[in-house]
Design a protein around this ligand. Structure first.
Ligand code: NAD
Ligand code: WQD
Length: 337
């Protein structure tokens, strides 16, 4: 079976390429490389020993996307492509809405033209905003509070309308919590451009000596140690969740929504301690003020995915840190340019 991965050269997409190929699927990637490098896909080929068909195209360009569907029989699409920085989305809302929504509309239109109606979408736990209660279930109110999160919510609504208009579409909305870690080979991993926004790449860069210290954004939250609590999930668990989500979708499941998380919260201080243990390096840190827009604590109730997909996250924080560290120490400057 041929699976189209949009954004497949990126962090989660490249790991999902590996998981899909290991399950016998053939993968075709469309990525405009605006936040990734094609070498990630060469490394996927090296890990799996199987070819990745790659088209360096912008998904907003309809003719290019059409040409891929004309050239290949595609059974399903997993749609990762999108811009993902919360802070940048606040500065450039139009860019975020244009890129994320237009890319999705173009993809869906071309899929419809070719009768391909199996679709897995990269949504985010960010659609829940600041949750009223934790753990968060899929039915919790949606209240994203930045343009990035709203672009995810709008796309979920567009896909829901699409399914309502034509119930032969099978669409899985996968809401990820906080992905981290890397493939255990150390050959693919997260390669942020510039100063990382997210906790794990920042800690990794401190550990490898690229940055002097970590700023901990707030230690006065109503959490056990005062620092923010999140549900960190190993990127390979997430990748395997996509394989299950895809299989469910291709079995004719209609419209489905799943949280992909571990169900366990981990604080910033706990993460620092776990990373120090896994890497054998000290992580100097300083307590700073709260980061605007941060919520105190969120973590998933992942029981629906376990019940309906037969999937649950298997890897713990130690393995996430050990794999993140292997990637960072083997590739201190990320992928070669
Ligand atoms: P990433 O930036 O590494 O990957 C996204 C890929 O999409 C990049 O390779 C980029 O070049 C490509 N892309 C962007 N716009 C495109 C366009 N118009 N045409 C073609 N390619 C385009 O990000 P990631 O962390 O791998 O995230 C993948 C998806 O998962 C994104 O949609 C993101 O919003 C979502 N997500 C990520 C996280 C996270 O914390 N990493 C959490 C929840 C959801
Ligand atoms: C985690 C914790 C910070 C950096 C973001 C997006 C979300 C999703 C995942 C895509 C928080 C603290 C962080 C640092 C710190 N992306 N922190 N020092 O904010 O939960 O989620 O990425 O969908 O939409 O908002 O992740 O890794 O930025 O932060 O103390 O240098 O680490 O305050 O408590 P977040 P994060």
């Amino acid at each position: 079976m041929n699976i189209l991965l949009t954004g497949g050269a990126g962090y989660i997409g490249s790991h999902t390429c590996v998981a899909l190929q290991e399950q016998g699927y053939s993968v075709i990637v469309i990525d405009n490389l605006c936040n990734s490098r094609a070498v990630s896909l060469s490394r996927v080929e090296e890990i799996t020993g199987r070819p990745v068909i790659f088209y360096p195209l912008d998904l907003c360009g309809r003719e290019g996307v059409r040409s891929v569907f004309k050239r290949h029989h595609i059974d399903a699409a997993v749609h990762f492509a999108g811009l993902k920085s919360v802070a940048e989305s606040v500065e450039k809302p139009l860019t975020y809405y244009q890129n994320n929504i237009d890319a999705t509309l173009t993809l869906c239109e071309v899929m419809k033209e070719h009768g391909v109606k199996n679709f897995v979408f990269s949504s985010s736990a960010t659609v829940y905003g600041n949750p009223e209660t934790v753990p968060i279930k899929e039915g919790a109110p949606l209240a994203p509070f930045n343009p990035y999160g709203r672009s995810k919510r709008f796309i979920e609504e567009i896909l829901t309308d699409l399914h309502q208009s034509d119930s032969s579409w099978n669409i899985a909305l996968l809401r990820y919590f906080n992905p981290m870690g890397a493939h255990p080979s150390g050959r693919i991993g997260e390669d942020p451009s510039g100063v990382p926004n997210n906790l794990m790449p920042y800690i990794s860069q401190v550990a490898v000596g690229k940055r002097p210290e970590l700023l901990v954004y707030g230690d006065d939250y109503p959490t056990p140690d005062g620092t923010g609590v999140r549900d960190y999930i190993h990127v390979m668990d997430l990748a395997e969740g996509h394989v299950r989500g895809l299989e469910k979708t291709m079995s004719g499941a209609g419209l489905t929504t799943y949280n992909l998380g571990t169900g366990k919260g981990c604080s910033v201080k706990e993460m620092i301690a776990a990373f120090e243990k896994a890497s054998g390096r000290r992580i100097p840190f300083k307590i700073a003020g709260r980061r605007p827009g941060d919520v105190p604590a969120y973590y998933a109730d992942p029981s629906l995915a376990e019940k309906e997909l037969g999937w649950r996250a298997r890897r713990g924080i130690h393995e996430m840190c050990a794999d993140a560290w292997r990637w960072q120490s083997m590739n201190p400057d990320g992928y070669p340019s």
